[in-house]
Write a protein that binds this ligand. Structure first.
Ligand code: FAD
Length: 482
């Protein structure tokens, strides 16, 4: 979107007059960290990066941008993986200074936090007050609550506690015209019409700017046991998962999956990582049971379940992490996997979900289809198996030119997404649509759903100034054609 320079200049002056120079960054060096995304897939530019301190200032900034017709791209920790926070003109609205924890209400089991709070800070504040805030991602040291809400973030505890949508009770949101929706209610029940909260969660900054939220707290686990288990096939892993779900109920807090190739590259690139079992197996599951009761005999319970599963041929070998240090070491194997993949050259990534009942079938079918397409391709399918959410990542054949491999991104997307779609799945399980999947969404989302999404966007943001060109492209949006 071309912005007349006089309009841009006046806007910057107006914002600087109200927020102060330190809050409106216009020089290239200061803007730099806000212009690219984590993996460097996109690079944008912005008139300015604006760093308000509270909801009133956010409201002022958005209101002035609306008056000037200038786009606003909300940004939290900028850890998103789909290009959603990259600006292409307009103003980056960084929420990082809205970082207060407003209230912890133990009796209501809620915490009220501002959008710029780092996820880890919220976890720590809950912990210090004797509670658990369960959202947990590898980026938790830098992603922010507003970004977590805007992407409906998932992570490793969704199986037990749900994703961000399930963890939020109320929101405070600045609308596209600068008005504030005060929806910061900590209610478990509220049937007063349409669900506005869920509309903004997962909207990736295209419908409103989230400035604060009321989030649910849970009792802290007092007992926990982790196991690293070898299985001969994804189908056996699924049978094991079903069995654990039946026997352990909501004590089952994680069931993560990784293949031998994934474990191999973690051991190769992560210093200190140790193979947890003596032999190699085709696939592994990282299992965690936890309980708020100190005397819950989780270790005994898991040993019994795994022992029976071994007798029935579902499990080939297993090790239990009975101390905190052992558990952390097992978790580190799983959590390092996204990070170490880059050392194996180019990777083409898919964050997809299918019904849990079809997750093994999906991994097998997609692996076969992709391997048939390119000899030497190395499939690294891993992730939140118990949620039906697989990071179906492809590492380039050894020795292939990285750029030549990445040029195949679209072709592999179609192969994988066609299989996902045929199984009733989703092409974005937890990372969102942003820019990277916007055009794929048009192919796979129900057309009526797309019409409804466009209608909502046009109603809530008639000038198309909130994160334009992300998630859905409106016909008249020039920035939609990157
Ligand atoms: P940003 O990247 O700043 O923004 C993301 C999107 O939200 C953008 O579209 C932006 O415009 C919008 N936005 C940001 N703040 C606001 C706001 N206050 N109001 C309105 N819109 C806003 N994600 C998962 O879900 N699960 C994982 O397990 C996971 N693991 C990851 C591991 C690593 C190593 C990395 C780098 C990322 C991972 N992610 C994961 C992705 C990312 O961390 C999440 O999407 C996270 O929720 C983004 O938060 P953020 O503050 O960095 O948001």
């Amino acid at each position: 979107m071309a912005i007349p320079s006089a309009v841009g200049k006046t806007l910057i002056e107006t914002l600087t007059a109200r927020l102060g120079e330190a809050s409106v960054l216009t020089d290239a060096g200061s803007k730099e960290p806000y212009l690219t995304e984590t993996r460097g897939l996109y690079r944008g530019d912005a008139l300015a990066v604006v760093r308000p301190r509270d909801c009133d200032e956010v409201s002022f900034v958005v209101g002035e941008c609306a008056r000037a017709g200038i786009p606003v791209v909300p940004q939290g920790g900028n850890t998103g993986l789909v290009g959603g926070g990259v600006p292409f003109g307009g103003v980056v609205l960084s929420l990082t200074r809205l970082d207060r924890i407003r209230e912890i209400d133990g009796s209501n089991a809620t915490i009220t936090v501002e959008a710029g709070c780092i996820l880890k800070t919220v976890q720590d504040a809950a912990d210090a007050a004797g509670y658990l805030f369960p959202l947990s991602l590898a980026s938790e040291g830098s992603c922010r609550i507003g970004g977590n809400l805007a992407t409906n973030a998932g992570g490793t505890a969704v199986l037990r506690y749900g994703n961000m949508r399930e963890l939020a009770l109320g929101l405070e949101v600045v609308l596209a015209d600068g008005r504030v929706w005060h929806g910061l209610k900590g209610l478990r029940k509220d049937n007063t019409g349409y669900d506005l909260r869920d509309l903004f969660i997962g909207s990736e900054g295209t419908l409103g700017v989230i400035t604060a939220a009321v989030l649910k707290l849970f009792p802290k686990p007092q007992a926990r046991v982790t196991a690293f288990v070898a299985t001969a096939s994804t189908h056996k892993a699924l049978n094991l998962f079903e069995r654990l779900r039946e026997s352990a109920g909501d004590q089952l807090t994680a069931f993560e999956y990784l293949p031998e190739f994934g474990l191999e590259i973690v051991l190769k690139h992560k210093s200190g990582a140790v193979r947890p079992l003596s032999d190699r197996y085709p696939s592994y599951a990282l299992i965690e049971l936890s309980s708020p009761q100190k005397d819950a005999d989780l270790q005994g319970r898991l040993e019994t379940i795994l022992g029976a599963a071994m007798e029935d041929g579902l499990v080939d070998d297993a090790v239990l992490g009975s101390s905190e240090a052992q558990s952390l070491a097992l978790w580190a194997l799983r959590e390092s996997l996204s990070e170490v993949q880059r050392y194996e050259g180019g990777s083409i990534k898919h964050d997809v979900a299918v019904p849990v009942s079809r997750v093994a079938e999906f991994i097998e079918a997609a692996t076969k289809a992709c391997e048939a397409e390119m000899p030497g391709l190395r499939v690294c399918a891993f992730g939140h198996f118990g949620d039906g959410n697989i990071h179906f990542n492809l590492s380039q054949p050894v020795g292939m030119d990285k750029q030549a491999f990445l040029a195949e991104w679209g072709r592999f997307n179609h192969i994988v997404h066609d299989i996902v779609n045929a199984m009733g799945g989703s092409i974005s399980a937890e990372h969102g649509i942003g820019l990277i999947k916007r055009d794929e969404l048009k192919l796979y989302k129900d057309p009526v759903a797309l019409d409804l999404m466009r209608a909502l966007k046009q109603t809530l943001d008639p000038q198309n100034i909130l994160n334009p060109g992300k998630v859905i492209a409106l016909g008249d949006n020039k920035s939609a054609s990157f």
